[in-house]
Design a protein around this ligand. Structure first.
Ligand code: SF4
Ligand code: FES
Length: 238
């Protein structure tokens, strides 16, 4: 098998792609490729990772034009002998493959990302139990496995057109909490997502759902928020 030709973005926003030759290895992931370059060819290459097993969400990059979690993206599945690796789009670039995630997480804060315990739902032992088989719990389960990787945000055309748009992940988080009957900030959360940069700005391109490595559908979450905010508006709640 020939070595891989790997083009990697180097520098800041005015940087350029630099080509490296990387040997193939068994079960090699894109993150392995980036690590090999840093360990053997250029120790100044900057990139981000932590768990290497698809849990932390920190290793996302643009691979052959699409955002992906690189620790779970196998080179063999990409096909061919050439790979182009760039930082996530729609985010400021720090250096090389490191995007600044601040705007992404700031939007989680804008929608009220943290859970707010509702008074009176806890039982005597301090737990507010939601039965695993209940519809409420299943509605929460549909979006709760988000690992904050930013793949959906990077893939989203609406974010590219309108940088203020809250984006798929933050809206998915808001919908997850709106469905949580133990949460006490429903009205505030629906208000936060109902503005010009909120759920109604989504054009339903579905890139987020197609590329989410956890198999979530922010598109469906956003559709849920559109219904919930419309209903809350008619009822005069927001
Ligand atoms: Fe990543 Fe999916 Fe969460 Fe978006 S919704 S941040 S793609 S895990
Ligand atoms: Fe943690 Fe890839 S390194 S998800």
């Amino acid at each position: 098998m020939p070595d891989l030709t790997v083009r990697v973005w180097r520098g800041g926003a005015d940087g350029a792609l630099v080509s490296y030759s990387v040997p193939r290895q068994a079960s090699q992931t894109v993150l392995d490729v980036v690590t090999w370059i840093q360990r053997h060819l250029d120790p100044t290459l900057s990139y981000r990772f932590s768990c290497r097993v698809g849990m932390c969400g920190s290793c996302a990059m643009t691979v052959n034009g699409a955002p992906r979690w690189t620790c779970r993206t196998h080179v063999s599945r990409l096909g061919g002998d050439e790979i182009t690796i760039e930082p996530l789009r729609n985010l400021p670039l720090v250096k090389d493959l490191v995007a600044d995630m601040a705007p992404f997480f700031d939007k989680w804060a804008e929608v009220g990302g943290p859970f707010v315990a509702k008074e009176g739902v806890a039982t005597d032992n301090g737990f507010a139990r939601v039965e695993p088989a209940s519809r409420d719990r299943q509605a929460v389960d549909a979006g709760i496995e988000c690992i904050g990787c930013g793949v959906c945000y990077s893939a989203c055309d609406t974010v590219a057109w309108n940088p203020k748009y809250l984006g798929p992940a933050a809206l998915n988080r808001a919908w997850t909490l709106v469905n949580d009957r133990r949460d006490g900030a429903r009205t505030e959360r629906l208000t936060a997502v109902s503005g010009d940069a909120g759920c109604h700005a989504c054009h339903t391109h579905t890139s987020c759902a197609e590329l989410c490595p956890k198999g979530l559908s922010p598109t469906l979450s956003i559709a849920g928020l559109k219904r919930a905010t419309a209903l809350a508006t008619v009822r005069g709640e927001i």
